[in-house]
Structures are given as C-alpha cells and as structure tokens.
Write a protein that binds this ligand. Sequence first.
Ligand code: GLC
Length: 439
Amino acid sequence: MKLKKLMAALLLFACIGGQSFAQGAYVPSEENLRSRAEFADMKFGIFLHWGLYSMFAQGEWYLQNSGTHHAEYAKSADAFYPHRFDAKQWVEAFKDAGAKYVCFTSRHHEGFSMWKTDASTYNIVEATPFGRDVIAELADACHSADMRLHLYYSHLDWTREDYPAGRTGLKTGKDPKKADWKHYYDFMNQQLTELLTRYGKIGAIWFDGYWDHDSDSIPFDWQLRPQYDLIHRLQPACLIGNNHHEAIKDGEDIQIFERDLPGENTAGFVDKAAEVSRLPLETCQTMNGMWGYKVKDLNYKSVEDIVHLLINTSGKGANLLLNIGPQPNGELPAIALERLKGVGKWLREYGETIYGTTAGDVLPQSWGAMTRKGTVQYVHLTDNATAGTTLTLPLKGKVKTATVFTTGEKVPFKQTKEGTLTLTIPHHTPTIDYVLVLK
Ligand code: GLC
C-alpha cells in the first residue's frame, strides 16, 4: 500500500513537474506586435530563390526532380561564380519597384547555404570559387536602403544524410540508416542562431518544407515551438511564418499562402484551404512559373497582371511576396527587371491606395477589389468597367463623398439606409486600375 502511495505521489510530481516545464501558449512581445503591424502595412515584398540550382537552370527542385545523386550535384558548387552579383543593384531595383521587403532563400531544399555557416562547409564561401557571403552583402545593402530583410529557411534537406527523409523520399541517394533527427535539429538551430546574430535585424524567418512530414503522414515531431522560441529569444521582433499550408501553429506571427489568396485553395496543396487567421497575411507568387531560375520559362506575368494580383491581395488584407529567380551569373532576369519597373511606376502613382491599407468592406470580385485606410475606402476597378454602368456595394458605413482618385472628379452615387451603395461609373480612358475614393 505504502509503495502504491509513493508511486502515485511520484507520478503526480512528475506530471506537475512536467507541466510546469511545458511551454505555455506563445505570447508575442511588444516589439513583435509592432513588427507585425509594420509588416502588415508593407503590402509588397520581393521573394528571391537563389542557390546552386540556378546553374542547372531548371528551377529549385532540379536535384529532386532529376533524381541526381546529391554528391554529384554538390560538385556544381565548385563552378558557382556569380560574378555579376551586386546586392546594391538588386535592392535598388526592388526599392524602385515599390517593394518594402525582400525574402531571400538562405538554404533551400538542396541543402546549400548561401552564407558562411560554421555548421557545414557546403556553403557559398567555402565550397565555391566565388567565396563571397551573399547574405552578408544582401543584409548590408538592405539595411542601408531601409529595406526589410526576411530569410527563407528550409526544414527539409535533400543532401544532408542526418535529415530523416519524408514524403519526398530518398531520390537523391541518401542512406536512410544515417538519419539522425537530433543531430539535424541541432544543426538547424545552430544555423538559425548564426542568421539571427550575424546579419543585423532580420524581419522574419520564412520556413518551408514542413509538408515533407505533414500532419497527414506518419507522426513526426518537428519540434517547432522550441525552435520558434529560440528565434524570438534571439530577435523578439523577428516574425515567424511557415509555409506548411495548415492552420497556424503556436509561436507563428504571420500566415503564409502559397500561390493562393488567403482562404482560397486554387493551388490545391491541401484538401481544404487553411483557415484564415487574424495574423498578418502573406501570399507568395511566382513572376513566371518557377521559383528558382528556369532558362526555358519566359512566361512572365505582365505588369498589368502583377498590379491586379497586388490589388486583389491587398483587397484580402494580405501582402504580396512576388518571386524572382536570379540567374547563375548573379543578375536578375531582364524581363523581371522590366516588370519591376512597370509595377514601380504604378505604385508611385497609386501607392496611397495600397500601402498601409486593410481589406475593404467587399472582398475581391470579378470587377476588382476594395482597400481601406481609416474612414477612406478605395474601389479598384480592374475590369475596364463601362461608363454609365452601375456597381452595387454592400457597405458597412455611410458614404459622404465618392470621387475619382486621379482627378478628384465627383462620382454619382446613391446609398440605402442599410448601407448598399450604387455608384455610376464615369467616362474614363481604359486603365490598369480605375480607382474611386469613398469617404
Ligand atoms: C514550395 C516549394 C519551394 C518553394 C516554395 C515557395 O514549398 O517546395 O520550392 O520555395 O514553395 O513558396
């Protein structure tokens, strides 16, 4: 009996003790909340997928898709010499395009680190003749241009033997017997610590690859929360996003949607679209069809398409993270630069209707979208609405004036007591986006 009591007491002690050590739900710091608010106002960022894969020019999945042995692929590092890389020029082009932040692939699924990491010699400084720390140069260029730097970091690794293969399997010739999660987890945390202690302020860590062991596959513990806590300890304002396509997990600060507007599931990565949270939202999209440089893919979205994408994303209250895959010589593709110029020109004129806005009363429709700033709402007509036709909007508040954004010309309208507004579209020359202002 005595023994039983002792056992029960021990068990109780273990439970209570365990609980007191267990983490409570994540509570963001003040700095973090400020950083989230700043991020939500930015609305437009540039995503960059750059790694050894740019040399094969078939996109960032080349290692996996071609089933090349990882050790053969790794030999390409010895030929990586992007002599035209100029971080300042990149950042200037992004600034000129109206982007407020850059998200750069520090290490993609191929496993190659684009900075001088002490955790592996498979990095741009030690394994290539180029020998320059690309992240250091990009961080300097960003910091001096007041451009926020986010870092993409892959949880999944197709080269390291210690990473326990998941859904994407062992096509790159790894030996499953060498998998060692603890070793790999420590490696990732060492790398994340470097990224957050050596390159100044990092706006966000953007995780990807979780889906290699997602919730539907054999149970796998990514140990996200302690990793997230490490990041927040090192830089409390650093936001954490994870491209897992699932509902937000404890410790995350932003919600990411890949090739989808929030709440939509056109990309079909999951059976059901993840529920849209109250965190700042971000939609990432390619400018052509691939994330990493693909020599054959010249199918770039037009300036008009990109502007419409930005409007619809803003109309959902989200940011647009628009991707470019830099070339193996370190330059951005000329078409991408040309598109950036066009977007920048548009944003210089219409930025007021995008930056710092939230979703308007009506979510994006076939005619366009609405954004809001305080008591002002912008109606973005992107479908070349015909003059004289009417547009009916179920609004929440009373409208005092309706004008054309560029000219200030009055727009005729009627509003019911319940708030339904009917606008009569004025004569105008066709444009990418005809904006009306409701106050
Ligand atoms: C996917 C792809 C990856 C790309 C990312 C960007 O997760 O695996 O290559 O980096 O999407 O959203």
